[in-house]
Design a binder for this molecule. Sequence first.
Ligand SMILES: [Fe+2]
Ligand SMILES: [Fe+2]
Length: 219
Amino acid sequence: MSDDKPHAAGTVDAGDTSERVGMAVLRERGLEPEELREKLIDAIGAEFTTYYYYTNLRMHLAGHEDYKEITEDARLEDRAHFELVAPRVYELGGALPNDIRAFADRASCPDAELPVPMAGDGGFDTDSLSAESILEVLLEAERCAIRTWSEICDMTHGVDPRTYDMAQRILQEEIEHEAWFVELLSMERDGEINPAGHFVRGEPGDAPLSTNRRFNDSA
Ligand SMILES: [Fe+2]
Ligand SMILES: [Fe+2]
């Protein structure tokens, strides 16, 4: 191989599909791709479960159309976060767990459950349920997401531009989500004006930074 093509060959043999240069280069830079990959599975486990739990939280903000709409944006953007990073798990030689229960259990954030028990009739015991209590769950879920994606940004900065780019896009939206719920909870609970600097997304769950390539209308 001529000397003026320094990247024409490396540590992975030509035609070897059991190794990935995309992983080897991370290792060469001091990042264990397997460790990153497992953290990504945990992180998108939290995005996926939060997408589910926010459905229930949004439903129970009855009478607060503005809160419902903002929760819907955060809900759909969590789905976008899952979609954005899922392919990266495979690029790093991994796979999503076959068992969705295993996937949920390893999520890097707590379940964002409605803060009341279910009643015997299949619904929830809503007597003690308030918009304030739901907004508190939403706020803490966003904070966990910020911590999670900040850690992944730290792991990948200057080492893995592809994962870093994904993580920083998600992180930006999570920071927005926190600000939304700080604003809503401040007013709902404390009567305080604490602006997020936010108005509605163009479309529900627009995910302006993290959305994956849209290949059809449902994506
Ligand atoms: Fe998210
Ligand atoms: Fe979020």
